[in-house]
Design a protein around this ligand. Structure first.
Ligand code: PLP
Length: 414
């Protein structure tokens, strides 16, 4: 069959997620509200704690909860997930990571398996708001509570997503965290936000954060340069250089995990404080974020329908009453063959089509020592997601004509 890949316009590369571009005034303008004050107003996070990454926020959360329950040592998270979550768990001495299968065709935790993995040694369960979708935190919480375990909401990909009753994600569990990494919407290049609805827990989290995340001049300089680079190159022409070249290099080498940015070691998790200059940039960006996300939502509502018309293709959506963010579409193809054919055509085309994660967690070679030590229940649903999922960017730089070409390419892969 003759399949013409939709080509990005010459010299352009679209990002796989809808990141917020920076402007010079983000550096120059003195924000009326600090970043923390801004977050309290919208999306409504009380006394948020700033960290140097989402992973660092999780480390602080786990240390704090472990202080409360030193005899509990297991942390359970979905098996289709960012590898940084089990790595962060291992970074806290005494804790071990356990992967739990997801539900069929989604990223929520499989409740039956969750129940079988929980016991009196379970410190925390981590439901994940993957790709801006709103996880069923309440259901995971019901299981965790039976065993006296805490719930940490991983909202790394979901700043600006709202759960039931228009409450921001991150506040139903005991602790929640967000990522400000490049590509996750609002960014400080690397950064994180740690929240809790419980004022006493917030005091404890803040104390652990102060102790764990010290000022570090070297990292501050490095991250500021990186953020400046992002500001300059986060455009379709800049991304060709900053993202597309490497992407194709790794795909040529057959290294999908590196292409997706999934390969980490403990050395990739520095712990330091977030500096004032980047907080200023974030405070200014936050001011634009609600309307930026709202436009993304409208675009997503229109385009979802186009994707969903493809026979056997599913776009992962929100449960009734919830209102997620749409950095990209999580598209479930009918089978692995069709998914791989589609990616073969589209991944290198520069149009923002990608994989979310290269594998289910247990299938990354570097995860083996980290997830070892418990009987593997098998992860059929997480592995099925890894086999059938691809992502289509919801960046504002993706125009209707190119989006239609992507849909046509998906159709011809079926
Ligand atoms: C990115 C991500 C993290 C880690 O956040 P960083 O800011 O990159 O450290 C955790 N969980 C999920 C689901 C993520 O996507």
């Amino acid at each position: 069959m003759d399949r013409m890949p939709p080509k990005a316009r010459v010299g352009r590369e679209l990002p796989p997620t809808a990141g917020l571009p920076l402007t010079w005034s983000d550096y120059l303008h003195k924000p009326g509200l600090s970043f923390a004050e801004g977050l309290t107003q919208w999306p409504g996070l009380p006394d948020p704690i700033m960290t140097c990454s989402g992973t660092a926020a999780l480390v602080v959360a786990l240390k704090t909860l472990h202080q409360r329950h030193p005899n509990r040592n297991a942390v359970i998270a979905p098996a289709y997930n960012c590898p940084l979550v089990p790595l962060a768990t291992c970074l806290v001495s005494g804790l071990r990571a356990i992967a739990c299968d997801t539900v069929a065709g989604g990223s929520d935790l499989d409740l039956q398996q969750l129940d079988s993995l929980c016991d009196e040694r379970t410190l925390a369960v981590i439901p994940t708001h993957l790709g801006g979708r709103v996880a069923d935190v309440r259901a995971a919480q019901a299981v965790a509570e039976r065993y006296g375990a805490f719930v940490i909401e991983d909202a790394a990909q979901a700043l600006g997503a709202f759960a039931e009753e228009d409450q921001t994600v991150g506040l139903r569990g005991d602790v929640g965290f967000f990522s400000l990494a490049a590509g996750k919407g609002l960014t400080t290049y690397e950064g994180g936000i740690l929240v809790s609805r419980d004022p006493q827990l917030r005091v404890e989290l803040a104390a652990v954060a102060r102790k764990t995340l010290r000022p570090d001049l070297g990292w501050t300089l490095r991250r500021n340069l990186e953020l400046l680079g992002y500001g300059l190159l986060y455009t379709p022409s800049g991304l060709r250089l900053a993202y597309g070249r490497n992407l194709r290099k790794h795909l040529d080498a057959g290294d999908e995990a590196t292409a997706v940015g999934d390969v980490f070691t403990l050395a990739d998790i520095p712990l330091h404080s977030l500096d004032a200059l980047r907080l200023r940039v974030a405070a200014n960006g936050l001011f634009r974020l609600p309307s930026f996300l709202e436009e993304g939502r409208w675009r997503a509502m229109r385009r979802r329908g186009q994707l969903a018309e493809l026979p056997g293709v599913l776009v992962i959506g929100d449960r009734p009453g919830t209102n997620g963010a749409w950095p990209f579409f999580m598209v479930l193809m009918p089978g692995k063959g069709q998914r791989d054919r589609a990616l073969h055509t589209l991944w290198r085309s520069g149009n923002g089509v990608s994989k979310l994660f290269a594998h289910a967690l247990p299938d990354y070679p570097f995860m083996a020592p980290i997830l070892a030590g418990h009987d593997s229940p098998g992860y059929p649903n997480a592995r099925d997601l890894a086999d059938r999922l691809l992502t289509v960017s919801n960046t504002h730089w993706l125009d209707n004509a190119t989006f239609t070409l992507i849909v046509q390419a998906l159709r011809s892969s079926l």
